[in-house]
Design a protein around this ligand. Structure first.
Ligand code: ACO
Length: 305
């Protein structure tokens, strides 16, 4: 879906969307295509890229805010499709930070020896909870999936992860309905995203800036130690602010927001995949992954690729 397609659906312009967000196009799942459908494609490609078979996977951590069903959790639905039945599989919901949370959890399983080959997936069909009558959010969100495989090694690939949340901000970014609380009057049983964009923007820039400081301080690193920033793709202006904080030129930042829009938990692994497959990110590079989302939740991962 190009911005020009959205121009036909709502009162917006390609120019406004590009200038305020950096987004040029985004992808929507086909009718009937679910989060697990997208996740399966990403998972199979990740397992193949790791030189493994689905039967080698011994843990699945699935980040999403848009599961196919309330239960079984999407990790188990994916597990059945991949055919690695019996291994633990569960989902994590931390909105746009979901992948960083999932990565951090899986890393701890691997570090303790409870898993040796963990599949970590971030997948969403955000368009199913997008209000297409609200131009302030409808232009942002999209669908997608990304995945990685973590394998046990003497050399740590994930150096550290840092997770945060502040539920006091729940009213700035939320979904209007849920199983237990029901749905807002007039929403016809459809839950949709509501966001106070400007306020969310400000908190995102502050918290992600703090997160960068935290990663560097905890690892006793200078800013020049980071080879690549692989950020959540919500808005090019937020990405630029974090890059500035790191003193990193934009050439060292993997930016996919122009092609993907905001795919929430899928955004960081989609960007990572782009940077790896096009050859920019190479073995031995030091990556800073970061994300911010509803909750608010936010977090970073320092990775030696
Ligand atoms: N097309 C044209 N005009 C628009 C549109 C649109 N699609 N949307 C809003 N406008 C108008 C507004 O009505 C407003 O007009 P006014 O000045 O006459 O009132 C004007 O544009 C400016 O609106 P703002 O909301 O102030 O625009 P801003 O520059 O803040 O950009 C945006 C909005 C893109 C949403 C930005 O605030 C943002 O990126 N916020 C953070 C998003 C984010 O990071 N979310 C967290 C992750 S998401 C998750 O967890 C699911």
């Amino acid at each position: 879906m190009h911005n020009t397609d959205l121009e036909k659906m709502m009162d917006t312009t390609d120019e406004w969307i590009r200038e305020r967000t950096g987004i040029q196009r985004r992808h929507y799942a086909a009718e009937g295509e679910t989060t697990v459908d997208l996740a399966e494609k990403a998972a199979r490609r990740a397992i193949e890229a790791a030189g493994l078979a689905p039967g080698d996977i011994d843990l699945i951590v699935f980040a999403t805010a848009t599961p196919d069903l309330v239960f079984p959790n999407p990790g188990t639905l994916l597990q059945a499709r991949l055919g690695c039945r019996g291994v633990p599989a569960f989902s994590v919901e931390a909105a746009c930070s979901g992948f960083i949370y999932a990565l951090s959890i899986a890393e701890k399983f691997v570090r303790t020896g409870d898993a040796r080959r963990a599949l970590v997936v971030g997948a969403e069909t955000l368009t199913r909870i997008t209000d297409f009558t609200d131009r302030t959010t409808a232009i942002l969100f999209a669908d997608g999936a990304g995945a990685v495989v973590l394998t046990a090694s003497e050399e740590p690939g994930i150096i550290s992860t840092h997770l945060h949340a502040d539920g006091g901000y729940k009213d700035l970014l939320y979904c209007t309905g849920g199983v237990s609380s029901g749905y807002e009057a007039g929403s016809d049983g459809k839950a949709v995203i509501r966001m106070a964009g400007r306020e969310t923007f400000k908190v995102a820039v502050t918290m992600l800036g703090n997160s960068v400081d935290e990663v560097l301080a905890k690892n006793n690193l200078s800013r020049s130690a980071i080879d690549w920033l692989v950020p959540h793709q919500a808005n090019i202006r937020i990405i630029q602010a974090v890059a500035k904080k790191l003193d990193l030129p934009m050439e060292r930042v993997i930016v996919t927001v122009q092609d993907h829009g905001n795919t929430s938990a899928a955004s960081v692994p989609l960007a990572l995949d782009t940077g790896v497959r096009d050859g920019r990110i190479r073995k031995g590079d030091t990556l800073l992954l970061e994300a911010f989302g509803g909750g608010f939740t936010w977090g970073s991962a320092l990775v030696r690729f």
